[in-house]
Write a protein that binds this ligand. Structure first.
Ligand SMILES: [Ca+2]
Ligand SMILES: [Ca+2]
Length: 293
């Protein structure tokens, strides 16, 4: 029921956003920073980081790199409500400088820090990575590349190494490890403590700032399961965009998000199933303020 609703909602959002903005967003030639020549290069987000469908990631909210600027900083409030009716509030601070960034966050769900960056070759293809530590959740290292193909297309590949910190599952969030088969041995983390995740896909830059994203991301928790991301950012000048995303999975579940920006105000709403190595579904509302410098 919830899945069906989420799917309908996501489709409605996509259709509405496409109808409202897809045709009405003129490519503003004077939007400084990104020329036609630099599309798929300057504007490329750190490759592969957009491949992450989990809501806690910076990249799901924003591109860390601002064309023509040294960087940017942002303050975020994240509110989660999970399928056990638990609420969490987390706060984070993000800052990028040239080709590196860091983010720290703290709150009821987790505390953590992430550091990432990239370099580019003479073809403006990127090679990047990030490391992240989340207290009581996981340690992550990722390497990724974005290869410029021309015609605004960038091929993205990524590999992510994940060390899951909890050793048992607690899907009903009662503080007691679940034992689904009742044999007295708690359920282990699906996929084990150490996991490797692969991602691949394309970004397509067109217009002055608009871009579409496609990703296929393996799910090490369940062999053969993949998550796909279809999203598109519709710009209307540098101060305003809206980006709907639809994330179907090969097991039939669907996640979605809708994010946007108006001047310094940035926001995201979304619904994410099986978040963070549990069967818990999490709805998310995030509000932030961000400033380029
Ligand atoms: Ca439990
Ligand atoms: Ca058991």
């Amino acid at each position: 029921m919830r899945r069906a609703f989420a799917r309908r909602a996501a489709l409605s959002v996509l259709l509405l956003a496409t109808a409202a903005l897809g045709s009405g967003a003129p490519a503003a030639a004077d939007d400084a920073g990104v020329s036609v020549a630099s599309q798929g290069s300057t504007a490329v987000p750190p490759a592969g980081t957009g491949a992450e469908p989990a809501p806690g990631r910076t990249s799901l909210k924003e591109t860390p790199w601002v064309p023509g600027k040294r960087g940017k900083y942002a303050f975020w409030w994240d509110h989660y409500r999970d399928s056990n009716d638990n609420d969490y509030d987390d706060f984070s601070f993000f800052i990028s400088y040239k080709q590196v960034y860091t983010q720290v966050w703290s709150g009821q769900y987790t505390d953590g820090v992430e550091v990432g960056g990239y370099v580019k070759d003479h073809r403006k293809s990127s090679y990047g990575g990030m490391v992240r530590w989340r207290n009581g959740q996981d340690d992550v290292a990722q390497f990724d590349t974005g290869q410029v193909l021309g015609h605004g297309l960038v091929w993205v590949g990524s590999v992510r190494f994940i060390h899951v910190i909890p050793t048992t599952v607690d899907d009903d969030a009662d503080g007691i490890p679940d034992d689904s088969d009742g044999d007295g041995i708690p359920d282990g983390i699906p996929g084990g403590q150490n996991q490797v995740q692969f991602g691949t896909g394309l970004d397509w830059y067109h217009g002055d700032y608009d871009f579409g994203t496609f990703r296929a991301i393996s799910d090490p928790r369940e062999g053969g399961r993949w998550t796909f991301q279809f999203s598109h950012r519709f710009y209307h000048g540098p101060q305003f965009y809206i980006e709907p995303g639809w994330l179907p999975r090969t097991d039939g579940t669907t996640n979605w998000f809708l994010r946007g920006k108006y001047k310094a105000f940035v926001w995201l709403v979304g619904d994410f199933n099986q978040f963070d190595f549990t069967d818990i579904e999490r709805k998310q509302v995030s509000l932030g303020l961000e400033f380029a410098y």
